[in-house]
Design a protein around this ligand. Sequence first.
Ligand SMILES: Cc1ncc(C[n+]2csc(CCOP(=O)(O)OP(=O)(O)O)c2C)c(N)n1
Ligand SMILES: [Mg+2]
Length: 325
Amino acid sequence: MIENELIIEMYKRMWLIRKFEEKINEYFSRGEIHGTCHLCIGEEATAVGSIFALKKSDYVHGTHRGHGQAIAFGTDVNSMMAEIFGKATGLCKGKGGSMHIADVEKRYLGSNGILGASMPISVGAALALKKKKCEDTVVLCLFGDGSSNQGAFHEAMNLAALWKLPLIFVCVNNLYGMSMSIDRSMSDPDLTKRSLPYGIRSISIDGNDIMGVYETVSEARSYVLGNGPMLIVENTYRHMGHAKMDANRYRTKEEINSWKQKDPIKRAGELLLKISAASEQDLVQYESDAAERIENAVRFALESPVLAIEKIADDVFAGEVVSDA
Ligand SMILES: Cc1ncc(C[n+]2csc(CCOP(=O)(O)OP(=O)(O)O)c2C)c(N)n1
Ligand SMILES: [Mg+2]
């Protein structure tokens, strides 16, 4: 019974993410949102399954494709929408935008436009937990397959293993870094091997299977508390282009469609029906509730003011300039 409720909650959260991003896509296309953004449509189970397996006291660091991760964490969708619309009511007062959604007070360490940066920051957070003797708290660090080509990945793996930190590394493997497939950019595309030189246990799983993701991360949470870091490779696919300007010329329609058949929300819905935890009508209701919640978030963002110009430099930090003269 408890498991049924959990799957329903995860199903609803995945719809909230999907509806959030579909709206963003719509407003970007109309030129009403500026900058760029990276959509995670198709990858929702990696965010929701991983983050639902954590405890409230845990920390999460997301990726540049981070809307879903922040929503899975429970970040307020009104403040997120306002941030992306560049409004003063946004999480970063509209100064950060899509790639800088953060809610540090609530333990969401943020998204990051610098690939690989989530890893050393997560090592720092996990080291702080260890030093402070927070014995039942972990850090979950998300990053993409392409980001694991960064030197920062190896530096972070080394220190996390050396210090036996309570850190779960989750690689969201969507098979591409921009237009480059992992088969063309990696000498060995088996990402689980990347942690082995550091003595870090690793596992590769179906990232579109919400319960599989949830269970693997739950087990990993217990493991890293006593044994130090672990790497989970969650295999998934983004249905949309890499970012706003992407004609998808490097992928075939057949490939994209074959992954759409494995859509994580569709699969979770089928699971709910199979175990009789929900009816067809319930599923339709969950989807329309999510759509309505997001309509409200858009209204909130559109009605919010932009930041007053005299406040633009608030929250900007600069080191003291020391002159030799
Ligand atoms: C240090 C750094 N190098 C390059 C980029 C440009 N860039 C943005 S996203 C991206 C691809 C990332 O691929 P992956 O880590 O697999 O994540 P995905 O976009 O597939 O979710 C690149 C190269 C960047 N943002 N930061
Ligand atoms: Mg990728």
